[in-house]
Design a protein around this ligand. Structure first.
Ligand SMILES: Nc1ncnc2c1ncn2[C@@H]1O[C@H](COP(=O)(O)OP(=O)(O)O)[C@@H](O)[C@H]1O
Ligand SMILES: [Mg+2]
Length: 584
C-alpha cells in the first residue's frame, strides 16, 4: 500500500472520475444480480401460476434494466479509463522531466532498455490497476455481497451450503496465485532482457557489422527469445490447469446445490424458481473468486511497477543549484582549476589528481594524453556534470557552484567526437536549444562552420530530415553541423573533445577552418591526438593517469623530453616522409 500512498499525488486529484466510475459500477453489479431474480419471478409467479399476462411487462422491464445496465457499464468503463489515463499522463510527464535532470552518474549505470520499459510497460502496469484493478476489487465485493444477500433472502440453509464451498475455492485461488505470481515476474524479467538486447543491438549495429558478429548476436538473441517463450509457456501451463480446476470445483458446488436444493424443493421449503436463481447466483460468487487471482496479480504487478517508477522519481539529483544561484546570461569565460581531484563513484582509481590551470578569457588550452588519462573528465567537470571530490573550479572568479546550472551550461558549447543529431531537420538540429531563432542566423552559423555548401546541395536543403544517426551525412559533415550548433549558441567557453579524430586529414583541414571561426573570442579546450590541432594553444597540458605530466606551449614542449615530443616526432616524421614522397 505504501507504494500507492506515495504515488497518490498523481491519481488523487482525479478521484472524482474514480468515484463516479464506482457509482456506475453499483448499478452494473446490482442489475447483474437482478437477472436471476427476474428468472425466479418468471418461473414462480408467472409460469407456475399461469399468469401469462405478466409476460409483456416482464419483457419491457427487462429491456429497461438492460438499458440502464448498458449505460452504467459505459460510464463505469469510460470513467475508469479516464481516471487511469489522466493519472499516468501526469506521472509519465514527471518521469520524463526527471530523466532530463538525472545526473550523468545515473546514466553511467542505467540501461536504456530498462529505462524505456519503466517509462512504458511499468507506467502501463500501474495504469491498468488504476483503470481496471481497483474497480475489479470493488466489483468483487459488490457482486459477492449482493448475490449472498439474495441467496440468504431465498433460503438460509441453501445459502450456507453454498458458503461452505467457498473455502475450497479460496484455497485453489491462493495456491494458484503463489505459483503464477513468480511465473509472471519471470515473464516480465525476460521481456526486459529481450528489450535490452534489441535496443543494444540496434545502437551497436555498426560495431556488430564491422566485426562480422551478426551470427553471434543472432545466437544470443535466440537464447533470450527462447527464455521468454519458456517463461511464457510455463505461465500458460499454470493458467491452463487452473481454469478447469476452478470450473470443476464450481460444478461440484452446483451438484451439491442441486442435491440439497432439489430436496428442499420436494420438501416444499423452496420454490423451483428460487432454485434456478441459485444456479446463476452461485456463479456470480465463483467467477469473482476465480478472478481474484487475476486481480491480486494486477495488484502486485502494478505495485512492482509503482516501485520501479518510484525508484526513478526518488533518484537524487545530486548536482543541484545552490539556494539563490547566480543567473547570468553571459559569462566572460575565464576558467580556473584549483587543485582539482576527481574520482568516479564506480571506480577505485582517481580520474584526476591535483590538476590546476588558468585559462583567461579567449585563450585556448590544449589537452593531450592517452585514452583514459582524464581529458574528458576535465571538460565534464567544467560543465558540472560531475562534482570534483577536491578543489574548486572558478569561472570569472567565482566557483561554478554559485551559478545556476542553466546559466553555466548555456555558456558552454561542446563538440564531441560522435555528434548526436536528432531525427529532425538540419535547421532544427543547428538551432537546437533555441526554437525560435531566425533562419538567417542558422544559415550564418552554417556558413561560418563551413557547412552551408554541402547543406544546400542536399535535396531539401536546410529542411532535410536526418535519421537517428545523422543518416546520409559523413562524419565530417555531422561535425560541421555540430560546430554550427555551437556557433549559434554563442558560448563563452568552448569544448572540442576529440572532435576531429573521426575525420580524414582533408576534412580535418576544413573543420580546422570552421574551428578557428568558432573559437574567436572564446575560451577553448581542445582535446586532440594530432599536434596540428593543438599547436596554436596558449597552454598545452599533457595528462598521464589523471596527472598533469607536462605543460607549456608547443614551442616549449617540443624542446623538452617527454610524451609531447615523442608524439610530435612520430607525427612530424610521417609528414616529412609524405613530403619526401611527393617531392621525390
Ligand atoms: N562515467 C564514468 N564512470 C566511471 N569512470 C569513468 C567515467 N568516465 C571516465 N571514467 C574513468 O576515468 C578515467 C578518465 O577517463 P576520461 O576522462 O574519459 O579519459 P580520456 O577522455 O582522456 O580518454 C578513466 O579511467 C575512465 O575509465
Ligand atoms: Mg575522452
Amino acid at each position: 500500500m505504501e507504494t500507492f500512498k506515495r504515488l497518490k499525488q498523481f491519481y488523487w486529484p482525479y478521484r472524482n472520475y474514480f468515484f463516479l466510475s464506482v457509482f456506475s459500477l453499483l448499478f452494473v453489479s446490482g442489475i447483474t444480480v437482478m437477472y436471476p431474480v427476474v428468472l425466479q419471478f418468471t418461473i414462480d409467479e408467472v409460469i407456475l401460476n399461469q399468469e401469462y399476462r405478466w409476460v409483456p411487462y416482464l419483457a419491457l422491464g427487462f429491456v429497461i434494466i438492460m438499458t440502464i445496465k448498458g449505460t452504467a457499464t459505459f460510464f463505469h468503463q469510460y470513467l475508469g479509463d479516464l481516471f487511469g489515463v489522466t493519472a499516468v499522463y501526469k506521472l509519465r510527464e514527471e518521469l520524463y522531466k526527471k530523466l532530463q535532470y538525472l545526473p550523468f552518474r545515473y546514466y553511467d549505470n542505467a540501461k536504456t532498455g530498462d529505462l524505456m520499459s519503466r517509462l512504458t510497460a511499468d507506467v502501463e502496469g500501474f495504469r491498468f490497476f488504476l483503470s481496471f484493478g481497483f474497480a475489479q476489487v470493488i466489483n468483487f465485493i459488490l457482486l459477492v455481497s449482493f448475490s449472498l444477500g439474495v441467496m440468504f433472502y431465498y433460503s438460509v440453509p441453501l445459502a450456507f451450503v453454498t458458503l461452505g464451498m467457498l473455502p475450497f475455492l479460496a484455497i485453489a485461488v491462493y495456491r494458484f496465485d503463489k505459483r503464477v505470481h513468480p511465473a509472471f515476474r519471470g515473464i516480465r524479467k525476460s521481456m526486459g532482457r529481450l528489450n535490452t538486447k534489441v535496443q543494444e543491438n540496434v545502437s551497436g549495429i555498426n560495431t556488430i557489422k564491422s566485426l562480422s558478429r551478426e551470427d553471434f548476436e543472432i545466437g544470443k538473441f535466440v537464447n533470450n527469445n527462447k527464455d521468454y517463450r519458456d517463461n511464457y509457456l510455463q505461465t500458460s501451463d499454470i493458467w491452463a490447469k487452473y481454469f478447469p480446476l476452478m470450473e470443476m470445483i464450481g460444478n461440484l458446488c452446483v451438484v451439491f446445490l442441486l442435491s440439497y436444493g432439489g430436496f428442499l424443493v420436494i420438501d416444499n421449503q423452496l420454490n423451483p424458481g428460487e432454485l434456478v436463481a441459485f444456479f446463476s447466483l452461485v456463479w456470480y460468487i465463483i467467477w469473482p473468486i476465480m478472478n481474484l487471482g487475476f486481480v491480486i496479480n494486477t495488484f502486485s504487478q502494478s505495485k512492482a511497477s509503482g516501485e520501479r517508477l518510484l525508484e526513478v522519481l526518488d533518484e537524487p539529483e545530486d548536482i543541484q543549484d545552490i539556494e539563490d544561484p547566480i543567473s547570468i546570461n553571459h559569462l566572460e569565460g575565464h576558467v580556473k582549476f584549483d587543485k582539482i581531484t576527481h574520482k568516479y563513484a564506480s571506480e577505485e582509481e582517481h580520474a584526476l589528481k591535483d590538476v590546476s590551470f588558468d585559462a583567461p578569457k579567449g585563450t585556448t588550452i590544449g589537452l593531450l594524453g592517452a585514452t583514459g588519462s582524464g581529458k574528458t573528465t576535465i571538460t565534464q567537470l567544467i560543465s558540472r556534470f560531475y562534482e570534483p571530490i577536491e578543489g574548486s573550479i572558478l569561472i570569472d572568479g567565482r566557483n561554478i557552484r554559485d551559478y545556476s546550472i542553466k546559466s553555466l551550461r548555456k555558456n558552454i558549447g561542446v563538440v564531441l567526437q560522435e555528434t548526436f543529431l536528432f531525427s529532425s531537420t538540419i535547421r532544427d538540429n543547428i538551432a537546437y536549444g533555441d526554437a525560435d531563432v531566425e533562419f538567417e542566423k542558422v544559415v550564418e552559423a552554417a556558413k561560418r562552420a563551413q557547412a552551408h555548401e554541402f547543406i544546400i546541395e542536399l535535396p531539401e536543403g536546410y529542411d532535410t530530415v536526418l535519421g537517428e544517426r545523422g543518416m546520409g551525412l559523413s562524419g565530417g559533415q555531422k561535425q560541421r553541423i555540430a560546430i554550427a550548433r555551437a556557433i549559434l549558441s554563442d558560448p563563452s567557453v568552448l569544448i572540442l573533445d576529440d572532435a576531429t579524430s573521426a575525420v580524414d586529414m582533408e576534412t580535418e583541414f576544413k573543420i580546422q577552418k570552421a574551428f578557428q571561426e568558432v573559437m574567436k573570442g572564446r575560451t577553448t579546450f581542445i582535446i586532440a591526438h594530432r599536434i596540428s590541432s593543438l599547436k596554436h594553444a596558449d597552454e598545452i597540458l599533457v595528462l598521464e593517469n589523471g596527472e598533469v605530466a607536462q605543460r607549456g606551449t608547443h614551442n616549449e614542449l617540443i624542446e623538452r623530453d617527454g610524451m609531447y615530443q615523442r608524439v610530435y616526432k612520430i607525427q612530424y616524421q610521417d609528414k616529412e616522409k609524405i613530403k619526401q614522397r611527393q617531392t621525390g
